[in-house]
Structure formats: C-alpha cells, structure tokens
Design a binder for this molecule. Structure first.
Ligand SMILES: [Zn+2]
Ligand SMILES: [Zn+2]
Ligand SMILES: [Zn+2]
Length: 108
C-alpha cells in the first residue's frame, strides 16, 4: 500500500515575530510561546507575547504579573535591566481566515 501525505496540519499556523536568537519559551513560566501562560487557554491574541528591549520575551500576563510585584522593581527577571516592553506581532497567519472562537461566556 502506498501512502501519500498530501497535507500536513500544523496545530499552530502562526509564530510570534521574536528577535533572532531569542528563546521561544517564556522566561517566567517556561512554556513555549505557541502555547499560553498558566492563566490562558488560547494562544495568540488572547495571550500576547511581549519583547523587552533586552530581547528577553515573555507572555504579557507573566511579565505584567512580575512587573507588578514589588520584588521586580520594574526589571527584567532574566537580566535585571529595566524592562521596556513592546508587543510582538505574530507572523505566518493565513490572510482572511481568522480562527473561529467559541465565546466562553455562552456557557451556563
Ligand atoms: Zn509565560
Ligand atoms: Zn496569558
Ligand atoms: Zn532581559
């Protein structure tokens, strides 16, 4: 029997536009950026990734929790430089085909 693979379905069809040589895992929760932080269910715009000027990258929710803690003093947890964030764009998303989302509020 001959099996021909005609299509390969990737679970994640997009990637974050992260700086070269940056980790693809969050420095705080250690989860890959194609996944979410511990609080979120859906990767993507619901759980954005921020890039610091020091090129360290984190889930926005992880770094904002960290920055809001007194211990952080507004510094990057990886390199201890003052953390200035910019939101990463994601790339590779097919044009005009937004992923369907199920509103969680509809339940109960
Ligand atoms: Zn994280
Ligand atoms: Zn999140
Ligand atoms: Zn840093």
């Amino acid at each position: 029997m001959k099996v021909t693979i005609t299509a390969f379905k990737a679970v994640a069809s997009w990637k974050w536009a992260l700086p070269e040589n940056s980790d693809d895992t969050c420095g705080i929760c250690r989860v890959n950026f194609e996944g979410t932080c511990a609080k979120c269910k859906y990767p993507g715009d619901d759980c954005p990734v921020v890039i610091g000027e020091c090129t360290h990258c984190f889930h926005m929710h992880c770094i904002s929790d960290w920055i809001s803690s007194e211990a952080s003093q507004g510094k990057c947890p990886m390199c201890r430089q003052p953390f200035k964030e910019k939101t990463a764009d994601h790339i590779g998303q097919p044009q005009g085909t937004p992923a369907p989302r199920t509103p969680a509020a509809a339940a109960t």
